[in-house]
Ligand binder design. Structure first.
Ligand code: ADP
Ligand code: ZN
Length: 517
C-alpha cells in the first residue's frame, strides 16, 4: 500500500480515494504548483491535508471562512494531526498554543485568515517557521469579477514569491475566465498542473442486482462476455479461490488474487492480466494497484463493496480506453449485515463510525435506486447529471409500488416480537406460517400474525432487504443480527411519511431465508 493510501486509511479513516483525489494528492505531495477544480462536496480539503502530512515542515492553508477553518482544525486534531489556526476568532490561549506548536516544530497545518496576510509581521513569521507549501481554498476569491472577491487574496501571489514554495489552489468554480485569473494572480501567469475532471465515466455501464444465487449470477455475466478481460471482486479470500475455479471449469481463463498469496504469485497474476487477453481475475480489493490495463471490459462485484468511494474506484478500473465497459454489483441482506458489523465492531471512535454508516447508506441508496444510477452516483460526488441512458435503470425502469403499508406491517411485526428476530421468522409471522418457533413463542396470537398473507415470501424478502437498504431497520450487533427499527422509520410507522419500493427483481423461489436470526 502506498504512503498516501496508508495515511488515507489510518488518519482520515477512508478506504478509497474519491474521483480525482489520488492524482491531485500525488502532484501536491510532489511539490508541484497545482490548480484543482472539484465540485463542492467532492473532497478538496483532503487533497492538501494529506500531502501536508507527507511533506516536511508546515503547510499554510488560506481559507476565507473562519468557521470553516475552525471546523477543519478541530477535525484534524481529533484525527491526531497537529493543526492550528490564526484568525481573529481565536482566544489568546489558542493563539499561544499555535505559537508554541510552531516554535516546537510540531505543527503540520497552519490555517490563516487572508486578512492576516496584510500585516507585514505575518510574512516575517512565515519566513521563520519553515513553510513547505501553501494551500489556497476557495481560490476563486481572487477573481475581481466573481461574487466572492476578497481583496486580501491578491496578497497570496506575493506570499508565494516571498516564500518560494509550491502552491496548490482549490476551487469549485470551473469557468475559463476565473481559471485564467487564478493562474494570473496566484501563479504569476505560469500555468500550474491543472486538474479539472468531470467524474463521469460515460462508457461504463452501471448495474446492480439483488443476490439471487450469486454464483450463478456471476457465471452468467461472465459467460455472456466470454473471451473478454474482466475482474470479479469478492468479499473474502476463500470466495476468490472457489469462484476462480468454477469459472475455469466453465471454460474461462481465470485465476484468483488476494493478499494471502505470496508476492511472487501476486506479481505473476498481475503480469498475466496486463499482458494476456481475456483473463478473468477473481480478487479481493487487494487487486488494483498493480493493474495497468486500459482494456478491461468488465468488472463484477460478487459482494457489496465497502463504500461508494470503493465502488467507484473498482468499477473505474474498467474501460479506461474509452470503449464500452460493463459492470454488475451484487448485494444482499448478508452483505449489509456484514458491512454494518464491520463498522460497529471496528476500533474507530463513535463519530467516525456514524460517518461510515452514512457512507454505507449512500452505497445502499445507490443499490436500491429507483432512477438513473449515474445521476445518483455523480450527485453524491457533487456533480449534476442528466439521466444517462447507460445504466440498468435507464435501460428498464424498475416497477415500483407504494411500500408504505407493507413496511408498516413489517415494522409492527418487529416491534411486537420485541426486536428480537431476523427476517426469516418475521416473514413467518407476517405470512401466518405456524412453525415450531412461532407457536413456541406464541407469535400466532399476535395481531400482526398473518397480516402480510397477500404478499409472497420472496417479495417479503425483497421488502426486508430494501428496508435495510433504506436504513429503516438494522441488524443488532448484540443480538446476532436480530432486526431493530431505526429512527428514520418512525415517521413511516406513524403514517407521517410514505415510501416507494421496487417490485423485487428476485426471480427464483426462495432458496433460504434472506436474513437468518
Ligand atoms: P469540498 O471542500 O470539496 O466541498 P470536503 O473536503 O469538505 O469537500 O469533503 C466533503 C466530504 O467528503 C467530507 O465529509 C469528507 O469527509 C468526505 N470525504 C473526502 N474524501 C473522502 C474519501 N476519500 N472517502 C470518503 N469520504 C471522503
Ligand atoms: Zn442512467
Amino acid at each position: 500500500m502506498s504512503g498516501a493510501a496508508t495515511l488515507l486509511r489510518d488518519v482520515f479513516g477512508f478506504d478509497a480515494f474519491r474521483p480525482g483525489q489520488e492524482d491531485i494528492v500525488s502532484a501536491v505531495a510532489d511539490g508541484q504548483n497545482v490548480l484543482a477544480i472539484m465540485p463542492t462536496g467532492g473532497g478538496k480539503s483532503l487533497c492538501f491535508q494529506l500531502p501536508a502530512l507527507m511533506r516536511e515542515g508546515v503547510t499554510v492553508v488560506i481559507s476565507p471562512l473562519i468557521a470553516l477553518m475552525r471546523d477543519q482544525v478541530r477535525a484534524l486534531r481529533a484525527a491526531g494531526v497537529e493543526a492550528g489556526a490564526l484568525t481573529s476568532g481565536n482566544t489568546e490561549e489558542e493563539t499561544e498554543d499555535v505559537w508554541r506548536a510552531l516554535d516546537d516544530g510540531r505543527l503540520k497545518l497552519l490555517y490563516i485568515a487572508p486578512e492576516r496576510l496584510a500585516a507585514g509581521s505575518s510574512l516575517n513569521m512565515l519566513r521563520r517557521i519553515g513553510v513547505s507549501m501553501i494551500a489556497v481554498d476557495e481560490a476563486h476569491c481572487v477573481s475581481q469579477w466573481g461574487h466572492d472577491f476578497r481583496p486580501d487574496y491578491l496578497r497570496i501571489g506575493e506570499l508565494r514569491r516571498a516564500l518560494n514554495v509550491p502552491l496548490a489552489a482549490f476551487t469549485a468554480t470551473a469557468d475559463a475566465e476565473t481559471q485564467a485569473e487564478i493562474v494570473q494572480k496566484l501563479f504569476d501567469g505560469t500555468p500550474p498542473a491543472t486538474f479539472l475532471h468531470g467524474f463521469d465515466r460515460p462508457n461504463i455501464h452501471l448495474a446492480f442486482a439483488a443476490k439471487d444465487g450469486p454464483r450463478r449470477q456471476i457465471m452468467d455475466f461472465a459467460a455472456a462476455r466470454k473471451g473478454q478481460s474482466g475482474i470479479v471482486y469478492c468479499g473474502t479470500r476463500a470466495r476468490t479461490e472457489t469462484l476462480a475455479q468454477a469459472l475455469g471449469q466453465a471454460g474461462h481463463s481465470s485465476c484468483a488474487y488476494h493478499g494471502g498469496m505470496d508476492a511472487d504469485a501476486r506479481r505473476h497474476v498481475e503480469h498475466r492480466f496486463n499482458t494476456e487477453d481475456g483473463l478473468i481475475v477473481v480478487a479481493t480489493v487487494a487487486f488494483g494497484m498493480g493493474v495497468d490495463k486500459p482494456d478491461i471490459r468488465w468488472v463484477a462485484h460478487a459482494d457489496l463493496p465497502k463504500s461508494i468511494e470503493a465502488y467507484y474506484q473498482e468499477i473505474g478500473r474498467s474501460g479506461r480506453d474509452g470503449a464500452p465497459a460493463e459492470t454488475l454489483t451484487l448485494f444482499g441482506p448478508d452483505d449489509i449485515r456484514l458491512r454494518r458489523s464491520q463498522i460497529d465492531e471496528g476500533l474507530a471512535p463513535p463519530e467516525r463510525r456514524a460517518a461510515d454508516h452514512t457512507r454505507l447508506n449512500a452505497l445502499l441508496g445507490l443499490a436500491e435506486a429507483l432512477k438513473c444510477r449515474r445521476v445518483q452516483l455523480l450527485g453524491y460526488f457533487g456533480e449534476d447529471a442528466a439521466p444517462c441512458g447507460n445504466c440498468d435503470l435507464c435501460d428498464s425502469p424498475p416497477a415500483t409500488f407504494d411500500g408504505t403499508e407493507a413496511v408498516r406491517k413489517a415494522l409492527s411485526a418487529i416491534l411486537r416480537t420485541g426486536e428480537y428476530f431476523g427476517a426469516g421468522h418475521l416473514i413467518d409471522v407476517l405470512t401466518g406460517k405456524v412453525t415450531d418457533k412461532v407457536s413456541a413463542r406464541g407469535h400466532d396470537a399476535l395481531p400482526t400474525f398473518g397480516v402480510g398473507r397477500d404478499i409472497a415470501r420472496p417479495m417479503w424478502q425483497g421488502i426486508f432487504r430494501q428496508m435495510m437498504g433504506h436504513d429503516l431497520i438494522r441488524p443488532d450487533p448484540e443480538r446476532h443480527g436480530a432486526l431493530r427499527m431505526t429512527d428514520p422509520a418512525v415517521p413511516i410507522l406513524k403514517g407521517e411519511a410514505q415510501i416507494t419500493l421496487r417490485q423485487d427483481t428476485l426471480t427464483s423461489k426462495a432458496r433460504r431465508p434472506a436474513v437468518k436470526a
